[in-house]
Design a protein around this ligand. Sequence first.
Ligand SMILES: NC(=O)C1=CN([C@@H]2O[C@H](COP(=O)(O)OP(=O)(O)OC[C@H]3O[C@@H](n4cnc5c(N)ncnc54)[C@H](O)[C@@H]3O)[C@@H](O)[C@H]2O)C=CC1
Ligand SMILES: O=P(O)(O)OC[C@H]1O[C@](O)(CO)[C@@H](O)[C@@H]1O
Length: 382
Amino acid sequence: MKAVHFGAGNIGRGFIGLLLSQAGYEVCFVDVNEDFVSQLQKRGEYPVTLASDGQETVMVNNVTALSSVTHAAEVVAAIAEADLVTTAVGVSILKFIAGAVADGISKRVAVSAAPLHIIACENAIGGSAQLKELVHAKLDEDTRRKADASVAFPNAAVDRIVPLQKHDDILKVVVEPFYEWVVDSSQMIPGYTPIEGVHYVENLEPYIERKLFTVNTGHCSAAYLGYLRGYETIQQAMADEPLTALVREVLEETGAVLVQKHGFDKAEHSKYIDKILERFRNPALTDEVSRVGRSPLRKLSPNDRLVSPALQACERGLSYTALTRSMAAALLFDVTDDPEAVELQAAIAELGVEAAVTKYTGLAADHEIHQSVMAEYGKLKK
Ligand SMILES: NC(=O)C1=CN([C@@H]2O[C@H](COP(=O)(O)OP(=O)(O)OC[C@H]3O[C@@H](n4cnc5c(N)ncnc54)[C@H](O)[C@@H]3O)[C@@H](O)[C@H]2O)C=CC1
Ligand SMILES: O=P(O)(O)OC[C@H]1O[C@](O)(CO)[C@@H](O)[C@@H]1O
């Protein structure tokens, strides 16, 4: 079985590539990073080490790579022949790979009706659906009709903490032992071979919301609040008990929404929160605040980990003040090598913070959540 995976970065190598290779796939990574591509081509394998007491290392083999820049035709041919296409490039990068995916589909459906599943493994609600829209916009009508019958884009939720990697071996990845990959089976077409380690569910919404609004909401809250207190790593921030209490408060707010909306058991959800906080603290990892807080505009956007649960809490008459504190902290995330943080700071300077909040969160100035963000921003500024 053949898989083409876009993004040979941390999640690509440390999670998706690992599971696919162990499931018997021949994995072809596609990346813009020529160093990753040439090393993967040359070695055909790479090591993944678990950040746990035993520090166990497994070799991921049966892998190769292509450059999305210099091997464009080969990438299209690989997609045309693949059984599975996956991505872990960042949701904002999907638009740049959509052309190659569309060309691969066009080449494929012209000669074959064999099923192809395309799964975006990004931190976003409806990541594969977003990719489908970008890809379908590039297909002619006849190809789109054929693709509708044989090419599926099931949404997914992926969870594994993989920090920035700093090793002599550029392919080596250190990952936390925990992982969860949940795929929406209702969007699949006949002929799909399940991947071992993947959890298939008929309704993804509870899973993606639980993951995004707990792991990701909590993680970015720790990063933004930690940044304001001068911490460089999440491990340092999580050793600060008052800060951890603030993060827990945020997760209690999102938890109340999740329990009410999806019917999760309250006690079980509380244990889930404890486990997540423990994962953030993992002493065998060094996870930088700047990585976990990266891309604050994406994280402040209406459908993402802060604004969406706050809106849902508000609609249900539940508390959202801790969430707006995290949003306010995100507005103060002034990391100069993060392009989105730079854009956010420039917008605040140019438009004023009130208008910048509306611009990026979609919340009108008279919305009660917007007003709460402003109040929390005022307190944090002091
Ligand atoms: N690192 C983590 O702990 C987790 C990350 N994710 C999600 O996984 C996705 C990837 O994150 P990371 O692996 O951390 O990022 P990363 O930056 O380590 O990897 C992204 C890779 O995509 C490549 N890339 C960029 N543009 C490309 C293009 N046009 N064509 C092909 N490759 C391209 C980059 O060169 C890089 O190797 C993001 O959506 C993130 O939100 C999800 C769960 C956990
Ligand atoms: O690009 P994003 O959304 O910050 O993705 C990385 C996040 O995903 C996670 O891996 C959680 O699955 C966290 O490590 C991190 O907060």
